[in-house]
Design a protein around this ligand. Structure first.
Ligand code: SF4
Ligand code: SF4
Length: 168
């Protein structure tokens, strides 16, 4: 059954801590595309990382090192990976001076059956159950920057430290 009501809140801060505490942890992946997606499958973790945690380096080392020209910035300066070009070499992960990307990022990027589809209520519940305790919850709340909670899309909220060069 497809649902559009409440939102999923993914706490990237807690998720990263859980991964640091247990390096063998296999983090479940999910995606959410409200309509037909023609630009390649991207997990929520990848989209959230490039959008919120990435420092958006001016002369981005990750883009420069990519041997497949699979990375570029969009009109908002957010790094985008073209999954059809990426060869999973992980050079971008290694060179990023801020450790923004995680080594397991590109593991399953061509097999959507390994991801949970958050448009589906059953899959959404299974995803929450599969994630480390307390990292993913359902909420009726909206974006609230004072709590480091930002909207990724109409269905997903992300809790993370937003990197910004603007003076507060
Ligand atoms: S993992 Fe993919 S995006 Fe990263 S450098 Fe290699 S080909 Fe480029
Ligand atoms: S090198 Fe790292 S921080 Fe810089 S743009 Fe690339 S992913 Fe973002």
């Amino acid at each position: 059954m497809l649902i559009m009501a409440r939102k999923v809140l993914i706490d990237m801060i807690k998720l990263r801590s859980a991964m640091i505490e247990d390096s063998t942890l296999s983090v479940p992946e999910a995606y959410y595309y409200p309509a037909l997606n023609v630009n390649g499958l991207k997990t929520i973790r990848e989209l959230a990382t490039f959008r919120f945690a990435c420092r958006k380096c001016e002369d981005a080392p990750c883009i420069n090192v990519c041997p497949a020209d699979a990375l570029e910035k969009d009109e908002n300066g957010v790094v985008v990976r073209y999954t059809n070009l990426c060869v999973s070499c992980k050079s971008c992960v290694t060179i990023c001076p801020f450790g923004t990307m995680m080594t397991d990022f590109f593991k399953h990027h061509r097999n959507k059956d390994l991801y949970y589809d958050l448009r589906d209520e059953k899959e959404m519940k299974e995803f929450i159950k599969a994630c480390p305790a307390g990292t993913v919850t359902i909420t009726d709340d909206d974006e609230s920057p004072d709590k480091n909670i930002y909207s990724l899309n109409e269905k997903v909220l992300i809790k993370d430290y937003l990197y910004t060069t603007e003076k507060q």
